[in-house]
Write a protein that binds this ligand. Structure first.
Ligand code: MN
Ligand code: MN
Length: 288
């Protein structure tokens, strides 16, 4: 489909902040990447690819042009993750309070923890953390705000029972000990392949109980064959449709989602297109 691509704007984000139910926010920060940097370029790459898709949705019959979406642009640059986290929390907290649905485009996965840390304490939220990596270190290279620590920071805020890591296939010995101590739950990629995605989602929804659901998507949870444009590619991953099914089944219980670790310098466009399409799926499936 041929559509004009306005620079720096997510497709069909035509609403003002006041009238919007969905707020797209970019965080061009990748200073904690541990292998290949470049995720700072992802917010705008994902926006560009979002214009590739039709406004009408085949499966639901809904149309993006009927949905109030606002693009709040990108946060500025930061010298370190602590400063980024503080600015991101104070940007996202008012969105949570006004019951808007934030869609945060990273950046490395360090840009996801502050989004969850900004959730008001009285909201009952469960985080579905999709990642090839456990990200459960207490600190990495001296930085507790590293992308290798994001699931831990989130779990500390919402409770260790209220987060599950799905699709993981890379962990350190130190993290497995922390998992034993905290009771953190995870379903590794091998278990997802064996049980199938529907049975896996059933299990995750049982864990979530009646809580609202936030999805943190590290694009490297998807196999590098489909999503190679990322900082730390890890074989044996989930498929793009697995992740779409998670979004479909969470549906209107979704209160927010992030899209992290797309790295345009290592991408031919397919990884950015996938992230953009998954962001579109998150909108169309949660809209009511
Ligand atoms: Mn991650
Ligand atoms: Mn990862």
């Amino acid at each position: 489909m041929l559509r004009t691509v306005p620079a720096g704007k997510f497709a069909d984000a035509n609403a003002s902040l006041d009238e919007a139910r969905y707020v797209v926010l970019g965080v061009p920060f990748d200073r904690t990447t541990s292998f290949r940097p470049g995720a700072r370029f992802a917010p705008d790459a994902i926006r560009t690819h979002s214009w590739n898709f039709e406004t009408y949705d085949l499966e639901t019959g809904k149309d993006f042009s009927d949905i109030p979406i606002h693009d709040a642009g990108n946060l500025e640059e930061f010298g370190n993750a602590a400063d980024m986290a503080e600015a991101l929390r104070s940007t996202v907290n008012p969105l949570w309070k006004e019951d808007k649905i934030p869609l945060v485009l990273g950046g490395d996965h360090a840009c996801a923890a502050p989004v969850v840390e900004a959730i008001p304490k009285d909201r009952m939220v469960f985080v579905v953390y999709l990642d090839a990596h456990m990200d459960f270190r207490d600190e990495y290279l001296g930085d507790p705000r590293s992308h290798a620590c994001s699931s831990r920071r989130m779990a500390e805020h919402i409770g260790f029972d209220n987060l599950a890591v799905i699709g993981v296939r890379s962990v350190s010995r130190e993290e497995t000990e922390a998992i034993r101590k905290t009771g953190l739950r995870f379903i590794d990629a091998y278990a997802v392949h064996r049980a199938g995605i529907d049975a896996t989602i059933n299990k995750v929804l049982r864990m979530a109980g009646k809580r609202e659901i936030y999805i943190s998507l590290d694009i490297d949870c998807i196999d590098p064959a489909y999503a190679g444009g990322t900082g730390t590619p890890e074989p044996f991953g989930l498929t793009p449709l697995d992740v779409k099914h998670v979004i479909d089944r969470v549906g209107t219980r979704l209160i927010g989602m992030d899209f992290m670790e797309v790295s345009p310098p290592f991408d031919h466009g397919n990884t950015s297109a996938l992230a953009a399409r998954l962001a579109r799926e998150a909108i169309i499936r949660s809209w009511k």
